[in-house]
Design a protein around this ligand. Structure first.
Ligand SMILES: C[S@@+](CC[C@H](N)C(=O)[O-])C[C@H]1O[C@@H](n2cnc3c(N)ncnc32)[C@H](O)[C@@H]1O
Length: 496
């Protein structure tokens, strides 16, 4: 290839030491291999006279990768591109990045040294008259946006609201704006963290995608820490290709371990495997094997926790806000306090000696409202660690081990309860068995790419009926030997 852009990889690594705003602007520049892959995702038959947007453009690597493709495939003689980059240290290099292509294409480029949210909103407001200049919006958007929380009282939030974008992070804001700036039939390719797939705060973002675009392709990097070898980005990343308008057909799902794409693999899935019918949260599932999920395998797995009369709450005790009431060991006037660490492989253990976490909390007027009556509860860790084999780690709180009328639950736990009370013993154990199964772990990973287990995730999951859960619970209670993973998986299949 004559217009090799490999030099940009060297520049990217050199720049790493020069960037003073690296963290603030999340200046993790895209490796050339990933940029080329992203550029390859646009439809071949849409490449004529493209009007390209690159938002948060860095040194322009993504646009360059697309130029390289245009030149090598000879699909067009001209291209227009708009690159918006807030940091001049990077923005000043865009001209150099694009210069090798100028002789090969009639290339018009506009470098905008501005904040993309401010610029994009003003373009949408037609204040700049850009649409007249651009005719009818962009045909292509390619982006690796910054990620940072957007505070609720910030200018960004206000501006976004003015164009009906409700979102909590810069990455979803960038993609939302890019979608809105696209012409009908235009395509956007973006690399973003996977957290939007199920995070409760990303629901409006998912809805905007579903309303305005069709999802054509999702690519998942399977290894959390290897996607970008040179930057320590510990996020699971997704590349998506969306088209403005159009009819939603099958979705191409591909995976690779890392940015070398050596083990690249792709499969088409029906759309309702990605966004399930009737899912009010519109979670995005990313199936990575043809294997059917527990919900597809067993039609009896069809009840939400709400259908079962079970609520899920995060533990009400926030340790650092009530430090003065925490006690390492129980004493007069305290009640038991449970942390994620109290869930051990063979059940909930309390008191935990030599633990870094307190075992008790003083019962007084300030803490009283934080307690639940002693009873049977299924509790689930809100975070697992990467090393743990499973994402959903649960246990059953058994009232007999506490000599107390009430219990405290730390905020690091999700608590399953019935109207703030415990539940039938067999049901609590049945939920624990179900949540501990391999099939549920696989099901959970379809929509949750991180190690966090949100209450919303649990609310959106499907369970078997109360009767089946009670059956599972009774089985585990009557088992004399230690129950293995294999026992759980076999028993679950048997009762379903
Ligand atoms: C993750 S980097 C990716 C850069 C480039 N797109 C690439 O793929 O190499 C995000 C870029 O967005 C820029 N950026 C951050 N906040 C921005 C904002 N509000 N407006 C425009 N650019 C921004 C950063 O300076 C950085 O160059």
């Amino acid at each position: 290839m004559s217009e090799t852009i490999e030099v940009l990889d060297r520049e990217r690594i050199e720049l790493n030491n020069l960037l003073v705003n690296k963290a603030e602007y999340s200046q993790y520049l895209t490796p050339v291999s990933v940029a080329r892959f992203m550029a390859s995702l646009f439809d071949k038959d849409k490449l004529e006279n493209p009007k390209i947007l690159d938002a948060g453009a860095g040194i322009g690597t993504l646009t360059a990768a697309l130029m390289e493709r245009l030149v090598s495939e000879q699909k067009t003689f001209s291209a227009e591109c708009t690159l918006v980059e807030v940091d001049n240290i990077l923005g000043h290099r865009i001209q150099d990045t694009l210069s090798p292509f100028r002789g090969k294409l009639a290339l018009e480029s506009l470098e905008v040294p501005e904040d993309f949210i401010e610029w994009g909103v003003s373009v949408l407001d037609k204040q700049l008259g850009m649409f007249r200049q651009l005719d009818f919006g962009f045909t292509h958007a390619i982006l690796n946006p910054p990620y940072r929380k957007i505070r609720s009282n910030s200018l960004h939030r206000k501006l976004l609201r003015s164009v009906e974008i409700e979102t909590v992070n810069l990455y979803s804001a960038f993609v939302s704006l890019a979608i809105k700036l696209l012409a009908e039939g235009g395509q956007v390719v973006a690399i973003i963290p996977r957290s939007f797939c199920n995070g409760p705060y990303y629901k409006p973002f998912r809805q905007l995608i579903l309303e305005k675009t069709t999802i054509k392709h999702l690519h998942l990097f399977e290894s959390r820490d290897k996607a970008f070898k040179d930057d320590a980005v510990l996020q699971e990343n997704v590349i998506m290709m969306l088209e403005r308008g159009g009819n939603q057909g099958q979705v191409k799902i591909s995976t690779s371990k890392d940015d070398s794409f050596t083990d690249y693999n792709e499969t088409y899935y029906p759309f309702d495997k990605v966004v399930q019918k009737g899912d009010e949260e519109s979670f995005f599932h990313i199936p990575t094997s043809q294997e059917e999920s527990i919900v597809e395998l067993f039609p009896s797995v069809k009840y939400s926790l709400k259908d079962l009369g079970i609520s899920v709450s995060t533990g009400p005790v926030v340790g650092f806000r009530t430090k003065e009431n925490l006690r390492m060991m129980p004493e007069d006037g305290t009640v038991p306090l449970l942390y994620p660490t109290h869930i051990e492989p063979d059940g909930v253990k309390w008191v935990k000696e030599n633990s870094k976490k307190p075992n008790a909390i003083v019962r007084n007027d300030d803490t009283e409202k934080m307690f639940y009556p002693n009873g049977f509860y299924t509790i689930i860790r809100r975070r697992s660690s990467k090393e743990e084999r499973k994402r959903v780690i649960s246990g059953v709180v058994i009232p007999d081990i506490f000599n107390s009328p009430v219990l405290g639950f730390d905020n690091g736990l999700n608590v399953l309860h019935k109207e703030k009370n415990g539940m039938q013993r067999e049901l609590a154990f049945g939920l624990d068995v179900y949540l501990s199964s391999t099939l549920v772990d696989k099901y959970f990973r379809l929509f949750n790419g991180h190690t966090q287990v949100n209450a919303t995730d649990l609310r959106a999951m499907f369970f078997p009926s109360t009767e089946i859960l009670v059956l599972l619970g009774s089985w585990s209670l009557s088992s004399k030997d230690d129950i293995t993973q294999e026992d759980i998986d076999n028993k679950l299949k048997e009762v379903l």
